[in-house]
Design a protein around this ligand. Structure first.
Ligand SMILES: [Zn+2]
Ligand SMILES: [Zn+2]
Length: 252
């Protein structure tokens, strides 16, 4: 915990140029780690296909992914500025219970906020401005997680900062949540199903999203707007009726 405290102290006092460089390096490293892990997950599950193979990589995809990583760094810097200004408050809590509570609160708050944001992004007026870009790539590969319109990156980042302003989380919970966020985003864009075949037969676990779940959204835009769980899609009647059968044909 001493290391985390030292890092926080450094971020609090460092000039903003230093914070920007740190945020950029952090986001580039996370991007690279996600792509490497994604590459191996695709390789290990190559017979469990949930969507046709992605077409050859285009320059536009690479540029959009690069701009996403840079804008994520901008959101990170904005978060540090809000924290230094006392608008985002971090609880000084390194207990296990605190980390669990924070992770659960952030996970479900963001899951609900992103479900709402995603449905709003599909409204006819907003779709071409913020979300169509991501849906140009309907056969996802790990990189597709980062292939987003800049407005969409800032929209998701803004939601995250609003949640942090409202809820005073501790650093361990924030770090665990951010890891889960990256993991779920990656799983949703693998194009293969890494979850075990029994996934949908285990109560409660079957509410946790899978690769099939988000791949279906790329093929059918009227269903599966959630990200981490199926709760909101089940509650609001937007879960794909083919979810069980699609999952079983990929993972069964
Ligand atoms: Zn997607
Ligand atoms: Zn969508």
């Amino acid at each position: 915990m001493q290391l985390l405290n030292d890092m926080l102290n450094a971020l609090y006092t460092m000039p903003l140029e230093g914070v920007s460089l740190w945020a950029l390096v952090e986001n580039v490293v996370l991007f690279a780690v996600a792509l490497v892990i994604g590459h191996f997950l695709v390789k290990w599950n190559k017979d469990r296909v949930v969507s046709p193979p992605a077409p050859p990589l285009t320059r536009a995809e690479v540029l959009l992914a690069a701009s996403c990583v840079m804008l994520n760094a901008v959101v990170t810097v904005a978060g540090v500025i809000l924290w230094r200004a006392g608008i985002i408050r971090l609880r000084d809590d390194y207990s296990l219970l605190g980390a669990v509570v924070d992770t659960v609160v952030l996970f479900f708050a963001m899951d609900f906020a992103m479900y709402v944001f995603h449905r709003v992004a599909h409204l006819r007026l907003l779709y071409p401005i913020i979300h169509r870009t991501h849906h140009l790539y309907e056969n996802p590969r790990p990189l597709t997680l980062f292939v987003l319109n800049p407005f969409e990156v800032l929209g998701f980042g803004g939601l995250w900062l609003v949640v942090l302003v409202i809820y005073h989380a501790g650093v361990p919970g924030i770090l665990i949540y951010l890891t889960l966020n990256l993991a779920f985003g990656l799983v949703g864009h693998l194009g293969v199903e890494p979850m075990p075949g029994r996934w949908l037969k285990v109560p409660l676990v079957n509410y946790v999203s899978t690769s099939t779940f988000h791949a279906e959204h790329h093929m059918d835009k009227d269903h599966n707007y959630g990200f981490y769980t199926l709760i909101w899609d089940k509650l609001f009647g937007t879960l794909s009726p083919e979810y069980m059968s699609d999952f079983e044909s990929a993972a069964g």
